[in-house]
Design a protein around this ligand. Structure first.
Ligand SMILES: C[S@@+](CC[C@H](N)C(=O)[O-])C[C@H]1O[C@@H](n2cnc3c(N)ncnc32)[C@H](O)[C@@H]1O
Length: 206
């Protein structure tokens, strides 16, 4: 799925992924304490539900996404929420992006559903911008969701598992603190159904 696909998907007033920050991002990023500046990159941040939430927690955030439509909605949302001065946008491909500021104390990646080999490249690239003492937080529909879960894409190649992310972080200097499947529920037309989400918290030593 290229950027035209995503631009078209985002060409509606409605916020496809809502304006509510993802609960795993909130859970993992909320308690993080860093010394000094609070700079963050969100990779594939789309319409910015997580970036705006991070800005409200005092982070200076750059949302990197290859959909300009999504980024336009994000910047308008940030203004609406009174955090425009903390929010910037970078329209770029996850495999090649160069952030406006780095290193950062926090890097976030949420639901970037691209082929596994590309996800490893994008994750390693994002990890390379994490400062000493900084964190990388990730969330994805898990490949294990195909077995007994609902929601998310059904193509295993765009669904990472623990092995995918472990491999992606090898040699990056980051230490994995949390990398696990979380069992939860998702709303479907037939009611609440089980859903498996892969979550990551990794840290670069100070
Ligand atoms: C499922 S949406 C998730 C958006 C956001 N993380 C959220 O949870 O609300 C996936 C996002 O990845 C972006 N994306 C997909 N492939 C990309 C790529 N190669 N480079 C940059 N962004 C990409 C899309 O534009 C889209 O905004």
């Amino acid at each position: 799925m290229d950027s035209n696909y995503w631009d078209e998907k985002y060409s509606t007033e409605e916020f496809i992924y809502t304006k509510v920050a993802n609960r795993f991002i909130v859970e993992l990023c909320g308690p993080l304490e860093v010394a000094g500046t609070k700079r963050a990159i969100e990779l594939a941040g789309g319409e910015g539900r997580n970036s705006v939430w991070l800005a409200k927690q005092g982070w200076h955030v750059e949302n990197v996404d290859f959909s300009q439509k999504a980024l336009d909605k994000y910047l308008a949302f940030a203004k609406e929420e009174g955090v425009a001065e903390l929010c910037s946008a970078n329209c770029a491909d996850a495999l090649k992006f160069v952030p406006a500021f780095s290193p950062v104390e926090l890097a976030v990646i949420g639901y970037l559903q691209i082929p596994e080999a590309q996800l490893e490249v994008a994750t390693r690239r994002l990890a390379s911008y994490v400062a000493p003492g900084g964190y990388l937080v990730g969330v994805w529909h898990s490949r294990d969701n195909l077995v007994s879960g609902f929601g998310g894409p059904r193509d295993p190649d765009v669904l990472p598992n623990v092995e995918t992310i472990t491999r992606a972080l090898e040699g990056t200097g980051l230490t994995i603190e949390v990398l696990e499947n979380r069992e939860g529920q998702i709303q479907t037309k037939e009611g609440l159904k089980p859903s498996t989400t892969l979550v990551l918290l990794a840290k670069r030593g100070a």
